[in-house]
Design a protein around this ligand. Structure first.
Ligand SMILES: Cc1ncc(COP(=O)(O)O)c(C=O)c1O
Length: 322
């Protein structure tokens, strides 16, 4: 494990955000949830100081280094119109002096708002397609166009959830040790699986027994868990080990009870979670991801899933701009 951890930490990375993010106690939220609530902490990846912050910055640091090694000068990726991953990819391209093509599905607000506005500000070439299913072909066409112009494209799959992107998240886990934080449970928003894969593998690599729970923003729990496990196994192999060695002591846990009407469709529980966190702690979460994850945490506390002496860490993955 020590060798794999050393390999992970020495992976080439583009230095987009230099500082580790703080962990804070959510004492007033604990109080609001009653006398049996566990100790609640938050890991503030929303404060990552690059391109609007969030978990995608951690992934892009490694993915951009991979693209650089491949000789790329153009990043191509996809997502929904309000994608945080697309926004951070646009910022990464800007910081490296590379071109960025974003294939985004949905209806673009006119004038652009939120992440889309920043995509334009960072200078990305934004291409709108109607549906999710149209993205792959549009990215392929964009890559062909880049090659024909004698440039080198690097295509990043949705959410940056490749084994390399997930390693970017795994590299965040040792930060908890630096702050002497040893959670029993880590809860976060999950969608394309890379964040959860990284956190599970990172815990295994540092010897943490934390149970990582990914609250799905859109995907069915079983499909998401299968994808997370595949990513973890690919990471294990890429770090010189064997499949199965980075899975940790708990089953891959994905929770789709907060998905409601699907991606980007809020629920009463998500709205309540957003309001409660804002009014007890002054911390804001986004409606697509963070709100559903916090709703999942609150539902578990209210159901008595945790004991009072446990420490539950909410990993804030950012996304406020959306
Ligand atoms: C703010 C935010 N939180 C969580 C996630 C989920 O991360 P992942 O796609 O790695 O599962 C995303 C991206 O999809 C996101 O933008």
């Amino acid at each position: 494990m020590a060798t794999a951890l050393a390999t992970l930490m020495s992976k080439p990375a583009v230095d987009l955000a230099r500082h580790r993010t703080p962990v804070e106690r959510l004492a007033r939220l604990e109080q609001a949830l009653g006398p049996d609530a566990p100790r609640l902490l938050v890991k503030r990846d929303d404060l990552l100081a690059f391109g609007g912050g969030g978990n995608k910055v951690r992934k892009l640091q490694l993915i951009a280094a991979e693209a650089r090694r491949a000789g790329a000068d153009t990043l191509i990726t996809c997502g929904a119109v309000g994608s945080n991953h697309a926004r951070v990819t646009a910022a990464t391209g800007a910081a490296l002096g590379w071109r960025v093509i974003l294939v985004l599905n949905g209806v673009a607000p006119d004038p652009p708002t939120g992440n889309l506005r920043l995509d334009h500000l960072f200078g990305a070439d934004v291409r709108i397609v109607p549906r999710r299913e149209d993205r792959a072909a549009a990215m392929e066409a964009a890559a062909d166009e880049v090659r024909r112009a004698d440039h080198v494209p690097f295509v990043i799959p949705v959410g940056g959830s490749t084994p390399v992107g997930a390693m970017g998240m795994a590299r965040a886990v040792p930060e908890l040790g630096m702050d002497r934080v040893t959670p029993d449970v880590i809860i976060h928003a999950s969608s394309s699986g890379g964040t959860q894969a990284g956190l599970v593998a990172g815990c295994a690599l540092v010897g943490s027994r934390a149970h990582v729970i990914g609250v799905s923003a859109d995907e069915p729990a079983e499909a998401l868990a299968t994808h997370v496990e595949q990513l973890i196994d690919s990471m294990a192999v890429a770090l010189g080990g064997r499949a199965g060695t980075l899975l940790g002591p708990h089953p891959i846990t994905t929770d789709d009870s907060q998905v409601g009407g699907g991606y980007g469709v809020s629920t009463p529980a998500a709205t309540e979670a957003t309001t409660l966190l804002a009014r007890t702690e002054g911390i804001v979460i986004d409606s697509v991801y963070g709100a559903k994850a916090m709703a999942g945490l609150i539902a578990r506390v209210r159901a008595g899933t945790f004991t009072k002496d446990q420490t539950v860490l909410f990993w804030h993955t950012g996304g406020l701009i959306g």
